[in-house]
Design a protein around this ligand. Structure first.
Ligand code: PEP
Ligand code: MN
Length: 298
């Protein structure tokens, strides 16, 4: 018996011929296609650290976090201006004002910015401000949004749907690629699987990192913040992701965790700048080790 819509890894060359390593041989067999955002390179060897607040809440909060990210050695700034919230009564983001604040943070720190776009009608507006467009987990299969992001000409950070198989995720990336945009970076952010919610927000699926590399030439990064939902787990999850070959990390950071300045969104998973600095140091030590291994390889 065959089940309609049931696809497996063997179907990937048919579902996503543009990004399939098995179909496209232009990128050498073990290589990753480098995606460039300003001077930042995903898949270029050194893992990229994107960090920032969950949501852009004010100019003062965003600039403080941006400065801390820069000082800790981060490569890019993240921050949501349009927030996908479970409740419509919760803070929805500052919208275009949030985009303006992000571009001010970029002007001051030089960090390129990535921010989420949720609505196909807003892709053009968000692309005017952002260096990279983020498609969130909830919108991974919003096909009109993927098409517009593909047409925007901006690099796209495509998060994995919280219950998406590898085939579904890569099929979504193919929608962007079909518009002539191969500047796609995939982002694993944890999946809803037992026992998600008991002691961590989601289940971090690190095995998908080498699987993505096996099937495609696209860079893949890991978001340890939404994967765990617990600040004390983020550093270890980050290190593990790097060991699994991740091309980077997307991390939520806050400078103030208490009182009125406590983040309105995802406060429990926001790490402080010192922890971010430790993660950057870990990456540097691994990069050195990888270079030494390469130099000694015959
Ligand atoms: C985010 O990174 O801001 C976010 C909302 O994450 P996700 O789409 O993975 O839930
Ligand atoms: Mn968040």
């Amino acid at each position: 018996m065959s089940i309609a819509g049931n696809v497996g890894l063997a179907d990937l060359p048919r579902i996503c011929p543009l990004i399939s390593r098995r179909v496209q041989t232009s990128v050498a067999s073990e290589e990753t296609r480098v995606v460039t955002v300003g001077e930042v390179q995903f898949g270029g060897g050194r893992p990229v650290v994107i960090a920032g607040p969950c949501a852009v809440e004010s100019e003062a909060q965003t600039l403080a976090v941006a400065r801390a990210v820069k000082a800790a050695g981060g490569d890019m700034l993240r921050g949501g201006a349009f927030k996908p919230r479970t409740s419509p009564h919760d803070f929805q983001g500052l919208g275009v004002e949030g985009l303006r604040i992000l571009s001010e943070a970029r002007r001051e720190t030089g960090l390129p910015i990535v921010t989420e776009v949720m609505d196909p009608r807003l892709v053009e507006t968000v692309a005017e401000y952002a260096d990279m467009l983020q498609i969130g987990s909830r919108n991974m299969q919003n096909y009109p949004l993927l098409v517009e992001a593909g047409k925007s000409g901006k690099p796209v950070l495509l998060k994995r749907g919280m219950a998406a198989s590898l085939c579904e995720w890569l099929g979504a990336a193919e929608y962007v690629a079909k518009e002539g945009n191969l500047d796609i970076v995939l982002c694993e952010r944890g999946i809803k699987a037992f026992p998600a919610g008991e002691y961590s927000r989601n289940v971090l699926d690190l095995g998908v990192v080498p699987a993505v590399k096996e099937e495609t030439f696209l860079p893949v990064i890991v978001d340890p913040s939404h994967a765990t939902g617990v600040a004390s787990m983020v550093e270890r999850a980050s290190c593990a992701a790097i060991e699994f070959g991740s091309d980077g990390l997307l991390i939520e950071v806050a400078c103030d965790h208490e009182g009125a300045a406590r983040p309105k969104c995802d406060a429990a998973q926001a790490i402080n700048p010192k922890t971010l600095e430790n993660i950057v140091k870990f990456i540097e030590s691994r990069a050195e080790m990888r270079m030494m291994r390469k130099a000694h390889a015959v």
